[in-house]
Design a protein around this ligand. Sequence first.
Ligand code: HEM
Length: 454
Amino acid sequence: MSARFVPPHPPRGAGPVPVWRGFFGERARTAVYGWSEAAFTQTYMRRRVMGFNVHIPTDPDLVQHVLLDNVANYEKPALTKSLLGPVIGRGLLTSDGSLWREQRRIVAGTFVPAAADAMVPIFARTAAERATAWTGRGRIDAATEATATTMAIISESLFAGDPRLTSPVASAHIAAALEAFSGVRLQALLGLPRIPLTPRGWAGRRGQIYLRATLTQVVRDRGRDPASERDDFLGRLLADLHARFEPAEAEALAVDNAATFYLAGHETTANAITWTLFLLSEQEEWQDRLAGEARAALGQGADDPHPPDRLPLLRRVLEETLRLYPSAPRMDRQAVAADRLGDETVAPGDIVSIWPWLLHRHKMLWDDPDAFDPDRFAPERKAERHRFQYIPFGAGPRTCVGARFATAEALTILAHWLARWRFRPVQGHVVTASGMVTLRPAGGLPLRVEPRPA
Ligand code: HEM
């Protein structure tokens, strides 16, 4: 419908980028920085990083092999576990084998489609409340607004709205904890002790300690208060874990999973919302069209759980946003036993790094891959794609357990905001990607907002 729009992406050189670049400068701070043009045309790359063989398959068949066909051979890397361990321990995201299976079974019961749909009124209320403060402001930081909203939602929907998880102090600590992963990752790769080396590193350490201590307290308070055996996420998680594990192990895993869901469950969705608002702020025509769709979809009252089903156009835009700016731009695995990846040999201990960032913009897989074109996701075009070329939520048995929750949440929040507000870019502000674990706009996303006429 509109003119072709190519949103910014990091510069790409012609030739391969040397491995040492990954340790210095922007490449060390931003996962998606420093890829060459060639990376978006090849089907497989191999790197040698600090003693590890790293395989980077960008052929969807090879990705399918790792994430589905031979999934038992590919675990979460020891390095990932040791990096994320201080925050999320041995929870669902960082465990393997029978411990993972047991936890996935427990959690899957909570994340059934009907449960995500039942949350829609919470999503709607929280989004509307947050936006009331925009009146008269003229300008917002969309990243801050999206994060505050998804943080309030995760605390409300999974932790019964515990205020300890939504305060501005909690928010600052969590942002610092996530920010610090990049620095610690480098130290881990270089084999250095994980002592924070910078003020940002220390802020991250304090953030991790705050988060763990607070969640431990939240879990213990629940355990002490029999009246709080509530039928919510935390209540069910605690009951199920206690039914299967010794008390100390059950409590430890409850804290690990509380931290896992708290972190995995809000920052990713906030980034998806933020990038969508960025793309729409640059394209007024799309914004007007979506505002019309949103107004029609939201007309049924505050408790209506169905708006996400009535937003087909916004859903396409969200899917296209997650293609261009996948909240999780990479996911790593480590081979348990020897294997073959196409023509290549994988040795035990090798890393296989799967990059939605590369797959989603691959020149052999997509037409005009860097351009914004939501119509790629028209339902009738689904057959044009390989199942493993578009994987913003991962794929196979370890696919994101919160995908439906996140999609319903992002659609509902965006619909409420787009129905009532118009978003415009701030002149002179240049948007660039940042982040080693999740992909977000560097320094936030300032936008001009004004009420949309009725
Ligand atoms: C747009 C939002 C989201 C995106 C893009 C996203 C992306 C992902 C990806 C790519 C994975 C797979 C990682 C891998 O295979 O290594 C994953 C796993 C996971 N996600 Fe999400 N996620 C989102 C929202 C959520 C939400 C809302 C929750 C919880 C409420 C959540 C909880 C999890 C958990 C617990 C796992 C680990 C699953 C397992 O290993 O069995 N995510 N997510």
